[in-house]
Design a protein around this ligand. Structure first.
Ligand SMILES: NC(=O)c1ccc[n+]([C@@H]2O[C@H](COP(=O)([O-])OP(=O)(O)OC[C@H]3O[C@@H](n4cnc5c(N)ncnc54)[C@H](O)[C@@H]3O)[C@@H](O)[C@H]2O)c1
Length: 276
């Protein structure tokens, strides 16, 4: 496995922390060179320093995936510096607009931001790499969606509001987009799949746990991390949360030659929380 991605160029959005960073670690340990972008320039700088100190070849770019020009420029820079893009991982995501953690009900801004980042930002990303992959008749695209895009699920149900609905709908769109893109690009030898993570203690779930604490009287005395963990212990057959590298390992499988005949699929990486 060590050289599985030797000489491969892996392009990751939203990669400064969390799942994107864990995915970058997995690919780099298997020989890949990295082009990592994120909205958060400060966190990206830290990532570049950390990875470069381990002699990993990496370029980073402060990119907002909702801005077509930003993402197009970083794709052009990646191709000019590394010569190609073999694997694209659209991972950047938004859970809701500001104040999300204290609200029970969604507002217009929640719908706007989840659509702009999780749907349009995803489309901007794949649009920006697909012609390059079509020209090369080669490519793997692995989208990060969510198990919540397959089946919305009550969390601790009492007192739960509907503030997550825009997020869940946006992730359903990401799964459907995966199917459509796989059909569009299959004849060019480009595989398109999506991973559906369950629950990880990244900044995403920190915000959700704070939301449950604010809304559900049963949780009001609990630490947000214990709220997160309690629900995993009672609802996940494997009984433990996923880590960013768990998702990265599955993404690497789907981007590898072992998965050459897999396309248009949505793979749960969720400790068995939902089974379909
Ligand atoms: N944490 C979970 O439990 C979980 C579960 C299912 C799916 N996911 C998905 O995994 C992906 C990564 O989330 P995470 O859990 O690592 O959270 P995270 O907050 O640690 O990482 C998300 C990253 O996306 C970046 N980002 C946000 N908006 C952006 C934009 N407009 N342009 C570029 N970058 C942007 C953020 O700066 C951040 O670095 C998301 O798509 C999320 O929906 C997470």
């Amino acid at each position: 496995m060590k050289d599985q991605f030797e000489d491969k160029i892996v392009f990751i959005t939203g990669g400064a922390r969390g799942i994107g960073k864990g995915t970058a670690e997995v690919f780099s340990e298997r020989g890949a060179k990295l082009a990592v972008s994120d909205l958060d320039g400060e966190e990206l700088e830290k990532l570049e320093t950390e990875f470069s100190s381990k002699n990993i070849e990496i370029i980073t770019g402060e990119v907002d995936v909702t801005k077509k020009d930003d993402i197009n420029k970083f794709v052009e820079r990646t191709i000019s510096e590394f010569g190609k893009i073999d694997v694209c991982v659209p991972n950047a995501g938004a859970i809701g607009s500001s104040g999300f953690s204290d609200r029970k009900n969604y507002n217009d801004e929640d719908w706007d931001i989840t659509y702009r980042v999780n749907v349009k930002g995803l489309v901007n990303t794949t649009d920006s790499v697909k012609n390059h992959m079509i020209d090369r008749k080669n490519g793997k695209i692995v989208i990060v969606s969510s198990q919540g895009g397959r089946k919305p699920r009550g969390v601790g149900d009492k007192g739960r509001g509907n503030v997550l609905n825009p997020y869940l709908v946006s992730k359903a769109a990401a799964i459907q987009f995966t199917h459509a893109l796989a059909i569009e690009l299959g004849r060019f030898n480009i595989n398109v799949n999506t991973v559906c993570p369950g629950r990880l203690w990244t900044s995403f779930w920190q915000k959700i746990a704070e939301n449950h604490k604010a809304l559900n009287p049963d949780f009001s005395e609990m630490d947000p991390y214990d709220i997160f963990l309690d629900q995993i212990k009672s609802n996940f057959p494997l009984g433990r949360p996923q880590e960013p590298r768990d998702i990265g390992n599955a993404i690497a499988f789907l981007a590898s030659e072992d998965a050459n005949q897999i396309t248009g699929q949505a793979l749960n990486i969720n400790g068995g929380n939902i089974l379909d």
